[in-house]
Design a protein around this ligand. Structure first.
Ligand SMILES: Cc1cc2nc3c(=O)[nH]c(=O)nc-3n(C[C@H](O)[C@H](O)[C@H](O)COP(=O)(O)OP(=O)(O)OC[C@H]3O[C@@H](n4cnc5c(N)ncnc54)[C@H](O)[C@@H]3O)c2cc1C
Length: 453
């Protein structure tokens, strides 16, 4: 039985009041805030760290749409706008395996600042939300704990875009956590300087890694049509390092993909460490994974220096500000998205947007090379038992295989934009998020440039 303390009840000052409060600012939360504000709602966006952007800026994950090929029918809306806006601000380079742009995570901090400013969203950084304010089955804001102390934010609508459904869970909405033995794994993303990009790319062109290689390392089965396509994937240097005793023989968590090579000789977004067995809703597991991830990143760099042409003079440049989580807690929604839906081009009357048939995880790698897509239903944003609360991003409702699709940044932006717009429409119509007229949400999304069908 864990030990407990009983906290005294206390009176908490109100920091601000807002119509729509978005907690968390990854692709889901950023899109939710901009979507709500563009729909005319007074909106506040808060994040626990010092920048907006979530996994993009805090972990360093750049490949916002690496799935996009000729023939892909893609989502339209804020996800696409993030990419285009970043490009217009000089914050992208062409992504190596797709028809998309790789985001520069540092520049994306400024892109997000601009989007927030232009939309008239009130920004709050360094402001972790610790607990929701709930009464009579509806949420009315959150308590925050920041350098200003413990403060309340009162809100008529709240969007949980924390990635881990922290607010929904603490508000009492039913949720489930993927057991740590079954999760997709966590990653400490890092970047290196001192790369001879020309030499490295020449070797990669000769070796020509493909998605078929993913099966060996990550036990990911493709749909077959992906097998011969180029993937920026590295495994061989680590195998050699294992044979040379640089990496312990039983450590099979090192190997993965690279991102951009900059003109300054940096290689960014090294997604090379995949650690299994950690529960990202457990602070001790998060601590262990951060430390182990950094330790393994140094081993990976040593292996690359020894066995990857072009890496001879490489040095560690950065770690992501935080560990990257792929899956943790998800809500039980009004509707649950399934493997059958994402693989079977599902259509829903409450569609809030389309997402291509792109699945990356739980043993599946399917790329949208053929124009197939599914519709995303509004019901996966709606938690049970707590009204005026919506979720956005990777914590929306659904099974594992559907998670491997909706966790993509563009799909997180899609659910975020819809959550923000639905919150604003519910306010305008004097109803709640649980009872909002979805046809009116769809009309507003269409006006914002979202492709629904
Ligand atoms: C290593 C890795 C590689 C990936 N590669 C790709 C890829 O190549 N392409 C792709 O499309 N997707 C990729 N993904 C998946 C994708 O990046 C995530 O699923 C997506 O960013 C989730 O978006 P989100 O908005 O739900 O949450 P997040 O991006 O996790 O954002 C959550 C935000 O909430 C904030 N927050 C959390 N709790 C609180 C709180 N209590 N108070 C205030 N703020 C809080 C966090 O600081 C963060 O800003 C990858 C993920 C990882 C980890």
């Amino acid at each position: 039985m864990p030990r407990h303390v009983t906290e005294e009840s206390r009176t908490t000052p109100v920091l601000l009041e807002t119509d729509v409060l978005v907690v968390g600012s990854g692709p889901g939360g950023l899109a939710a805030a901009v979507g709500a504000a563009r729909e005319g709602a007074q909106t506040t966006l808060l994040d626990r760290y010092g920048c907006f952007g979530g996994v993009i800026t805090q972990v360093g994950v750049e490949s916002v749409a690496w799935y996009r090929r000729e023939g892909t029918i893609d989502s339209e809306g804020l996800g696409r706008e993030f990419e285009q806006r970043a490009k217009a601000m000089g914050g992208t380079q062409p992504e190596s395996q797709s028809l998309s742009e790789a985001l520069d995570p540092e520049m994306f901090k400024c892109v997000a600042d601009e989007l927030v400013r232009e939309a008239g969203v009130e920004p709050l950084l360094h402001c972790p939300a610790v607990t929701p304010i709930v009464s009579d089955g509806r949420i009315g804001g959150v308590i925050t704990e920041s350098k200003s102390g413990r403060q309340a934010i009162l809100a008529r609508r709240v969007i949980d875009a924390t990635g881990d459904a922290d607010i929904a869970d603490r508000a009492g909405a039913p949720c489930h956590v993927t057991p740590s033995s079954e999760t997709l794994g966590v990653t400490v993303v890092f970047s290196c300087s001192g790369i001879d990009g020309r030499r490295f790319l020449q070797h990669a062109a000769e070796r020509r890694p493909t998605y078929r290689d993913w099966d060996q390392a990550w036990e990911m089965e493709t749909a077959g049509k992906e097998d011969e396509l180029f993937s920026p994937y590295l495994r061989e240097p680590f195998e050699e390092a294992r044979r040379a005793g640089i990496i312990p023989e039983d450590m099979d968590s090192i190997g993965g993909t690279w991102g951009r090579i900059t003109p300054a000789g940096e290689m960014t977004y090294l997604n090379m460490i995949l650690l299994k067995g950690y529960d990202c809703t457990d602070v001790r597991d998060l601590t262990r994974a951060e430390i182990e991830g950094r330790r393994q990143a140094l081993l990976a760099i040593e292996a690359l220096r020894r066995f990857a042409p072009g890496f001879e003079d490489a040095r560690l440049r950065t770690f992501g500000m935080t560990l990257g989580t792929r899956d943790s807690r998800k809500i039980v929604g009004r509707c649950e998205l399934t493997a059958g839906d994402v693989l079977g081009e599902a259509r829903f009357p409450d569609s809030i947007g389309i997402f291509p048939e792109f699945i990356d995880g739980y043993g599946h790698l399917v790329l949208p090379t053929t124009g197939r897509y599914f519709q995303v239903p509004f019901g996966i944003l709606v938690p049970r038992g707590v009204d005026d609360l919506l979720v956005a991003g990777r914590c929306v409702a659904g099974d594992r295989v559907s998670h491997a699709a909706v966790r993509s940044q563009v799909c997180c932006a899609l659910t975020g934009q819809a959550a923000g717009v639905a919150a604003a429409v519910s306010l305008r119509d004097g109803t709640t998020t649980g009872r909002v007229d979805v046809t009116r949400v769809q009309a507003a999304l269409k006006r914002q440039g979202v492709r629904l069908f």
